[in-house]
Design a binder for this molecule. Structure first.
Ligand code: ZN
Length: 334
């Protein structure tokens, strides 16, 4: 059993061709090289004028801005991207992206602030949250399909809002502040026809999605299934009553009676994902806030889902940052 577990860990988070630190430093030795790369991506992906929607622009090298050929509106290199409104250097963003994509686990904003030698914590924290949101938005484009394991997990998180309230009302500190976040976990798998391996699970793992939900009512679950799982999927769950509507929204629903001790056998990948993500979160952040736990889970899923991308992973995130709608990324941080 333990042999199988070790293999699985390696299989899930191992990158074969990491963009290592030496490569990164050589590719991006200074601010200018980062700006150049970012401009290349914007040129390739296309700049859209926020005023008239025009796609043709002049590049004004001295101002480092685009100018719309139709209405003359100017667009800075950052504007419209995830970096809009950030005063941090491009290189900080590149370093953060390198660390987020090049490390197997994760790291805290405090750690990054220390590594950057930056005076303030807040902008570094915002930068990381925006990058995590970008990861989540990218993943939400892909439906979860094939044979889908679906279950819920409970993650320790701190309700900072509630903690504030408690303090104001001079209640006993800590009451209601330690909370759990309820998370729906979906793992896309396919049949594994390779029966030679003795310890193999019957299915092969493909993708995972984790969604923080307010409750586990039938309606909530049905809505999330509709939004996230492809309607031609086979969905496996335990026989919890809230899953009763799942069958109306997918091709086939298999609800199995599961003894708590055997949940790992019936829904093996979901349980692997829950325990791996908990370990990752605890290792780097100790306790995350209820409000932002979705972002940390998004980062975890993004990395797992792209575990075979190797050094491409950095480029992919960079492209996502250059093309994602800034408004969608910042909605939570105002
Ligand atoms: Zn224009």
């Amino acid at each position: 059993m333990s042999v199988g577990k070790d293999k699985q860990k390696h299989y899930l988070i191992g990158n074969k061709n990491d963009m290592n630190l030496i490569n990164f430093i050589e590719s991006f030795p200074d601010e200018a090289s980062c700006r150049k790369k970012f401009k290349e991506i914007r040129d390739t992906e296309g700049v859209v004028c926020r005023k008239c929607g025009g796609k043709d622009h002049y590049w004004q090298a001295t101002l480092e801005q685009y100018q719309c050929k139709t209405c003359k509106t100017r667009t800075t290199l950052r504007s419209g991207t995830v970096m809009q409104a950030s005063k941090l250097p491009f290189r900080y963003w590149f370093i953060a992206m390198h660390l987020l994509t090049g490390t197997k686990k994760t790291f805290s904003a405090l750690e990054l602030q220390r590594q950057l030698g930056h005076k303030f914590y807040e902008p570094v924290w915002f930068m990381l949250q925006k990058l995590r949101t970008t990861m989540g938005l990218r993943d939400s484009n892909y439906p979860i399909d094939k044979i889908v394991e679906l279950d819920e997990g409970f993650f320790e998180s701190v309700d900072t809002e509630k903690e504030k309230e408690d303090k104001d009302e001079k209640r006993k500190r800590g009451r209601g502040s330690q909370k759990q976040s309820t998370v729906m976990v979906m793992a896309s798998t396919i049949h594994d026809f390779n029966t030679k391996k003795k310890y193999n699970k019957p299915t092969k793992f493909r993708y995972v999605r984790m969604l923080v939900v307010d409750d586990l009512k039938g309606k909530t679950i049905e809505q999330k299934v509709k939004e996230n799982i492809s309607s031609d999927s086979v969905v496996k769950t335990d026989n919890y009553s809230s899953y009763s509507k799942v069958k109306d929204n997918v091709w086939c629903h298999i609800a199995q009676k599961v003894k708590p001790k055997e949940a790992g056998k019936v829904l093996p990948w979901v349980h692997t994902m829950i325990s791996n993500s908990k370990r990752t979160l605890l290792g780097a952040h100790h306790m995350v806030s209820k409000k932002y736990i979705q972002n940390y889970l998004d980062e975890f899923c993004y990395k797992v889902n792209r575990r075979y991308f190797g050094e491409e992973l950095f480029d992919r995130l960079l492209i996502a940052c250059a093309t994602i709608n800034y408004k969608n990324v910042v909605k939570d941080y105002r």
